[in-house]
Design a protein around this ligand. Structure first.
Ligand code: UDX
Length: 453
């Protein structure tokens, strides 16, 4: 492996995972962010996000000298042969991707590299065509000589991002210049994955289409689950039965309060917006978003029916992160639920093992507690909104004793219905009766086969 000098612009989730991962592969990495406080904390070994294993990897490679942090483009790009853009592209109010940070990064690169032509690799999820406009910004700011721009979308899942860096399902590289794409592919030497080289627009589209498909699977199973509930079928077993068909696959068929996070909702919105401004009618994508929003409102409606009224009720939300093993609450179902219940005049109490600080900033009107039992004290309904492993070990009897009324929602369908009901709760939404028993399936030779969701 030839060690290269890389710069990564953006010390967020993606930038930090790539910085640590590339250093681990042997490269020398300079990671830049315009947030001075963030960089100072990173230099002290303090991470701005919770991602399993990342703090250890960042500290190890800061100590080895292969990873450093800077706020200066001049300083961090001085030796760079490859520059990754890994800044965020949040949603604008109409659903488009906000590209201001990408454009600012491109201008910063052009000003710092002055005449040199490192390869620019775009990691940020950007609308189709942005690679070309980055090229345009760069070249027009620096002598009108074109740059080599490669789109290299990331498919990292939060909570397992470092693992995903080293074990990706594929590496996608989009460029007009095949040699540039191959030089970027060589950076990943040591990572065993198929490499797909395309043009820039196709690579950008692969990222959106992949996330939109995952979101579609979730909204599909949520719609099926609603029909199952109406007709008396067991949605989890339906999903398991579908998933055994290799053409369908068992992943992303867990029904519940819907998808959240920094990518799926934003990317489906951005793809739908992109389609509509190009004159297409992305009806399926719009339905995926509508079904997802309805999952949260269905919980509100069920709790309202169970309690009679929500005004003045005390609702306890357990789990705030959009999924376990992260403190990320962007577009988290729990945040929507808190806002919906507060809007109906309820009081909301909450607990999460990692995500309370971030939630308190965006939902200051909820009350946060250091334990699930304190959060549940005197409440009229409990809603579990994140499938944290520690919730499997909840002392349900203690929780029931703390709560004023016995209404329970398992928004992720992962807790044992019998145990919840034995503790004295009424489970108004959660795992269906039959699926309390593990799904059993056998192959043609009579061996038990697993069903993953
Ligand atoms: C996602 C993509 O998986 C990843 O490839 C991309 O690069 C970034 O976006 P992430 O945001 O970490 O990763 O979350 P993911 O594991 O995909 O889950 C997204 C949401 O869907 C979570 O809120 C999760 O709880 C929900 N989900 C997932 C379901 O509701 N049902 C499922 O069956 C699977």
């Amino acid at each position: 492996m030839t060690a290269r000098d890389l710069s990564i612009i953006g010390a967020g989730h993606v930038g930090l995972v790539y910085a640590a991962g590339m250093a681990e592969l042997g490269h020398r990495v300079a990671c830049i962010d315009i947030d001075v406080d963030r960089i100072e904390r990173l230099r002290r070994g303090e991470l701005p996000i919770f991602e399993p294993g990342l703090d250890e990897a960042v500290c190890r490679h800061s100590a080895s000298g292969r990873l450093r942090f800077s706020t200066s483009y001049e300083d961090a790009l001085a030796d760079a042969e490859f520059i990754f853009i890994a800044v965020s592209t949040p949603s604008t109010p109409d659903g488009a991707a906000d590209l201001r940070a990408v454009r600012a990064a491109a201008r910063g690169i052009a000003a710092a590299v002055r005449g040199r032509r490192p390869i620019i690799i775009n990691k940020s999820t950007v609308p189709v065509g942005t690679g070309d406009s980055v090229d345009h910004i760069l070249a027009s700011a620096d002598g009108h000589r074109p740059f080599k721009v490669v789109s290299n979308p990331e498919f990292l899942r939060e909570g397992t991002a470092l693992h995903d860096f080293f074990h990706p399902d594929r590496i996608v590289l989009g460029s007009r210049d095949r040699a540039a794409a191959e030089r970027v592919a060589a950076l990943y030497e040591g990572v065993n994955a198929p490499v797909l080289v395309t043009d820039v627009k196709t690579a950008e589209m692969i990222k959106y289409a992949s996330n939109a498909f995952l979101a579609t699977k979730i909204s599909f199973i949520n719609e099926i689950a609603e029909i199952c509930e109406a007709v008396g079928a067991d949605a989890a077993q339906v999903a398991a039965g579908m998933g055994l068909d290799a053409r369908i696959g068992g992943h992303f068929l867990r029904h519940g309060i819907g998808f959240g996070g920094s990518c799926l909702p934003k990317d489906v919105r951005a793809l739908a917006y992109m389609g509509s401004v190009f004159g297409t009618h992305p009806q399926l994508l719009n339905a995926v978003l509508q079904i997802n929003a309805a999952q949260r409102r269905r919980v509100l409606q069920k709790v309202r029916t169970a309690l009679g009224q929500l005004d003045g009720a005390r609702i306890c939300v357990l789990g705030l992160a959009f999924k376990p093993n992260t403190d990320d609450v962007r577009d988290a179902p729990a945040i929507d639920l808190i806002r919906l219940f507060l809007n109906e005049g309820a009081d909301v109490t909450a607990y999460d093992p990692q995500a309370m600080t971030k939630t308190a900033v965006i939902c200051p009107d909820a009350a946060y507690f250091a334990s699930p039992y304190d959060a549940a004290a005197g409440c009229d309904a409990i809603i579990v909104a994140t499938e944290w492993p520690e919730f499997q070990d909840l002392d349900l009897g203690r929780l029931r004793a703390a709560a004023a009324r016995p209404i329970f929602v398992d928004g992720r369908g992962f807790l044992d219905r019998d145990a919840i009901e034995e503790a004295g709760f009424t489970l108004i939404s959660g795992r269906d009766d039959a699926s309390s028993a593990p799904v059993s399936a056998r192959d043609r030779n009579g061996r038990a086969v697993g069903v993953s969701a």
